[in-house]
Design a protein around this ligand. Structure first.
Ligand SMILES: Nc1ncnc2c1ncn2[C@@H]1O[C@H](COP(=O)(O)OP(=O)(O)O)[C@@H](O)[C@H]1O
Ligand SMILES: [Mg+2]
Length: 339
């Protein structure tokens, strides 16, 4: 395998772009930290890296592939035309070009993005998942009796806690109906409503295609949230620093998991990763109940790669410093044989 590669880092953009657009201002902002960190690491690794951001014009990408001729695409494009459900279509396009790319293929992205389909597959294989219903836009809003309160109402295919607030936690039919309608109308999104699973919030990062490496487990702790209050990684809980300070929210390594339990979590996560046909790298969101049951909440293929986020922090703890992590992801992209 060649040691030095030509790599095209592919980004998404929130407005139309051009082939040689200067992105240096964007790359200095907080929002583009993953992109900047990856580009810098590719440089440090000695690869020849170029980059392109696309909004909705695939022809730009075709032109860039022709002029630059990359060995691999480092795929950081997780939306298209401002739609985060289109990440799978970008991967499909790359698959049709026959070019290797990093991260997850289109099937894995499709299964994971749909929070109902992923849970059906895992439920079939007896992995604990919350009881749920999906409610499409335009359908009558009714709660089936088997879905007991409290319930968490979420957009069916979103990321990064978009549409998730304290009001997503509902305890009666009136609140349920109101929140479902709110997600239908304000987010123009179908809904998944799940039984709320009480417990510790764990994030498990995994690297690999066939042979999988589970990295040290992270946890979001809610230090200042009173014990009887719901503990949810809402949009504010993820992205609003003042809010995080006020409620004592902190991402840290999970403490005090006994080795047998940690081993069980690792095995469950490897099964989930394979069942959902994930490649490359992913972070799984879990809940660990007081009875030590492990519940699947969500799989995030191609999780955020910024150096200070959970995935890179877990890798560092496993003695994989950032540039080496990026190189591992590159090599996995080159050797992936996707379903
Ligand atoms: N069924 C559930 N029970 C308990 N908490 C949940 C449940 N579903 C989601 N959450 C909380 O909401 C957060 C965001 O939900 P998730 O499905 O991971 O959405 P996103 O894709 O936006 O990250 C989770 O990290 C967790 O804190
Ligand atoms: Mg999540």
């Amino acid at each position: 395998m060649k040691r030095k590669l030509k790599i095209l880092a592919l980004f998404d953009a929130i407005a139309p772009t051009t082939l040689d657009q200067d992105l240096s201002a964007e790359l200095r902002t907080e929002d583009w930290k993953s992109e900047a960190n990856v580009l810098q690491a590719l440089g440090e690794l000695g690869h020849t890296a170029d980059h392109l951001a696309i909004f909705d014009d695939l022809d730009l990408l075709r032109q860039k592939l022709q002029s630059f001729g990359p060995d691999l695409i480092f795929n950081l494009a997780d939306q298209f035309k401002n739609n985060r459900a289109f990440d799978q279509n970008i991967a499909s396009f790359l698959e049709m070009q026959g070019l290797p790319f990093t991260g997850c293929g289109s099937t894995g992205l499709t299964l994971c993005k749909h929070k109902g389909i992923s849970k059906k597959i895992l439920g079939y294989h007896r992995i604990h998942t919350p009881v749920f219903v999906t409610i499409a836009r335009g359908k009558r809003v009714a709660r089936p009796r088997r879905l007991g309160f409290p319930i968490l109402v979420k957009p069916l295919k979103e990321e990064a806690s978009y549409g998730i607030a304290q009001a997503s936690f509902v305890e009666n039919d009136e609140q349920f109906k109101e929140r479902v309608q709110f997600i239908h109308e304000k987010y123009d999104s179908d809904v998944i409503a799940e039984e709320y699973i009480e417990g510790r919030e764990l994030y498990v990062s995994i690297l690999g295609n066939h042979r999988l490496q589970v990295l040290p487990i992270r946890e979001l702790v809610f230090r200042e949230v009173p014990p009887d209050e719901p503990k949810i990684a809402t949009y504010k809980a993820k992205w609003d620093e003042d809010y995080r300070k006020r409620w004592g929210l902190q991402n840290q390594f999970a403490e005090g998991l006994d080795p047998a339990l940690a081993g069980r979590i690792e095995q469950t996560c490897k099964r989930i990763y394979r069942l959902l046909t994930i490649d490359g790298y992913a972070r799984l969101d879990l809940r660990l109940t007081p009875a030590k049951e492990v519940y699947f909440i969500e799989a995030n293929p191609n999780p955020i790669l910024a150096g200070d986020e959970d995935f890179a922090q877990s890798a560092l703890q496993a003695n994989i410093p950032y540039p080496r992590l990026i190189d591992r992801i590159v090599r996995l992209g080159l050797t992936s044989a996707r379903d």
